[in-house]
Design a protein around this ligand. Structure first.
Ligand code: ADP
Ligand code: MG
Length: 132
């Protein structure tokens, strides 16, 4: 996949409450300037990699690069679901990510709990990840 690995960093902003948390898949949203810096060669879809909040531990993550309904779908969005249970929200805190690999061309996370997160641990042990 072109443009990988890709590193990004920014302070987490409020999203548009698409109910991801109710589905058990909270997605931390990057601010628009971080999304605008994403090269065009990075295709829409779901990626996997690593994430760190402030100077905390590094966790696995899955990220959706999609269209942002807040901007009538003319701008993109980057939403990161970290594979860890946090006791508190981290809005306003610095999130650092490394996108390492491409999973599939799905814009939303809606189906992720079914075919990815339900056995995320196994599926995310992809051979590609072992290279890093
Ligand atoms: P929003 O619409 O504001 O993005 P979400 O329901 O998608 O709301 O929840 C995202 C927020 O949940 C994040 O900004 C973060 O503060 C918090 N959060 C808690 N646990 C996680 C996690 N494992 N991955 C991502 N965000 C999480
Ligand atoms: Mg979100």
């Amino acid at each position: 996949m072109k443009g990988l690995p890709y590193f990004a960093c920014g302070k987490i902003v409020k999203g548009f409450g698409r109910g991801s948390r109710q589905l058990g898949i909270p997605t931390a949203n990057f601010p628009q300037e971080v999304v605008d810096a994403l090269p065009d060669e990075i295709e829409m879809g779901v990626y996997y990699g690593w994430a760190q909040v402030e100077s905390g531990p590094v966790y696995k993550m899955v990220m959706s690069v999609g269209w942002n309904p807040y901007y009538n779908n003319v701008k993109r969005s980057m939403e990161t679901h970290i594979l860890n249970k946090f006791s508190e929200d981290f809005y306003g805190q610095q999130l650092k990510i490394c996108m390492a690999g491409y999973i599939r061309p799905e814009e939303n996370f809606e189906n992720l709990d079914v075919d990815l997160l339900s056995n995320g641990e196994t599926q995310l042990e992809l051979p590609e990840m072992k290279k890093f």
